[in-house]
Write a protein that binds this ligand. Structure first.
Ligand code: AP5
Length: 215
């Protein structure tokens, strides 16, 4: 099964993708995570990408398409993938179709997570993650079980994403409306786009996604 989790920044794509990894044994392909790994590597590409990401703009289509194809072609993707943060433009959606066809795979579901803008801004402002393992939390919505200690790895060092600053979030939301929302008709016209209310509790959102996957 191959699916896309679509939605604006902070909609909960990463949170729900992690749950699907656990429940369905699928592989999460997050272009944001891939790009952040490139930035951490300190490569020349990583330095260029860092500047673009911190501005709230999109990295070029070529870079993310190449990164996704390398993973979709690999054996780890054979059981299916959850695309999180990709595609984000119409050319990326077209490239995804072509690469799935080349590798004999098909797209089963495109799930749009709808969340209103004040909630998105609040979610991103309160998000933090463990520097060691990357587990993501929220100051109110997903708190650490033990103050100052990561539930997942026991790490004690936490970071806020640089692109979660309020001015960058405003830009990311603008970019979503301008460049990413136009891919919705692309999938709606093919009858594979389903929308869910992403405003509920994380467990309720997970149940709505499961409902779609069960058909
Ligand atoms: P990326 O990392 O993909 O960020 P994004 O799409 O903006 O999404 P986020 O990771 O911010 O949010 P999310 O929907 O995953 O929410 P999460 O689950 O974390 O991209 C970053 C940048 O990389 C881009 O701006 C661009 O520069 C570049 N890039 C990436 N992909 C690209 C591409 N394809 N093309 C070009 N450039 C690309 O949840 C957010 C918070 O809310 C968390 O704290 C969580 O605990 C909380 N939360 C989650 N669900 C709920 C809930 N139901 N109720 C309450 N709180 C919740």
């Amino acid at each position: 099964m191959n699916l896309i989790l679509l939605g604006p920044p902070g909609a909960g794509k990463g949170t729900q993708a992690q749950r699907l990894v656990q429940s369905h044994g699928l592989v999460q392909l997050s272009t944001g995570d891939m790009l952040r790994a490139e930035v951490r590597s300190g490569s020349a590409l990583g330095r260029r990408v860092k500047e673009v990401m911190e501005s709230g703009a999109l990295v070029s289509d070529d870079i993310v398409i190449q990164a996704i194809e390398a993973r979709i072609a690999g054996p780890e993707a054979a059981n299916g993938v959850i695309l999180d943060g990709f595609p984000r433009t119409v050319p990326q959606a077209q490239a995804l179709d072509a690469m799935l066809q080349r590798h004999g795979r098909k797209l089963d579901h495109v799930i749009l997570m709808e969340v209103d803008e004040p909630a998105l801004v609040d979610r991103l402002a309160g998000r933090f993650s463990c520097r060691n393992c990357g587990a993501a939390y929220h100051e109110r919505n997903h708190r650490l079980q033990k103050e100052g200690v990561c539930d997942n790895c026991g790490g004690t060092d936490f970071v806020h994403r640089p692109d979660d600053r309020p001015e960058t979030v405003t830009k990311r939301l603008e970019v979503y409306r301008r460049d990413t929302a136009p891919i919705l008709p692309y999938y709606r016209d093919r009858g594979i786009l389903r929308s869910i209310n992403g405003m509920g509790e994380m467990d309720d959102v997970a149940q709505a996604i499961e409902g779609i996957l069960r058909g």
